[in-house]
Design a protein around this ligand. Structure first.
Ligand code: MYR
Length: 131
């Protein structure tokens, strides 16, 4: 289950990913240590998400398979949706500013939630532990 509170433990290749996203070095340095915490509450095909980091706190709801809007901390706007494939959440989002695609997955493995990211050929992971 994805339910519960998760806090960031470590990143893999996240700076390269952010660089590919066009985020400048100062912001990348801050974002690499953003103390991200996410709380997920799944009810059927609906999710309630609480996100908090050094940058902001926000809450959102999404339904599997239903397109919604999401803004990154730097203001970049995305539109897309999550679907469930087996035990994995798969998200495909499109940047509104350039039309390019950002893919992401979430899976719980042991006591960790692993979120992967792909943008324009660059992969990254952020690995969370239960808070
Ligand atoms: C959620 O389920 O938490 C809301 C939707 C998340 C959309 C995809 C997030 C991609 C985040 C990429 C971070 C990029 C930083 C450059």
């Amino acid at each position: 289950t994805f339910n519960g509170a998760w806090k960031i433990d470590r990143n893999e290749n996240y700076e390269k990913f952010m660089e590919q996203m066009g985020i400048n070095m100062v912001k990348r340095k801050l974002a690499a240590h953003d103390n991200l915490k996410i709380t997920l509450e799944q009810t059927g095909d609906k999710f309630h998400v609480k996100e908090s980091s050094n940058f902001r706190t926000l809450e959102l709801d999404f339904t599997l398979g239903v397109t919604f809007e999401y803004s990154l901390a730097d203001g970049t706007e995305l539109s897309g949706s999550w679907v469930m494939e087996g035990d994995m959440l798969k998200g495909v989002f499109t940047r509104k500013d350039n039309g390019k695609q950002l893919s992401t997955t979430r899976i719980v493995q042991g006591d960790e939630l692993i979120q992967t990211y792909n943008y324009e050929g660059v992969d990254a992971k952020r690995i969370f532990k239960r808070a």
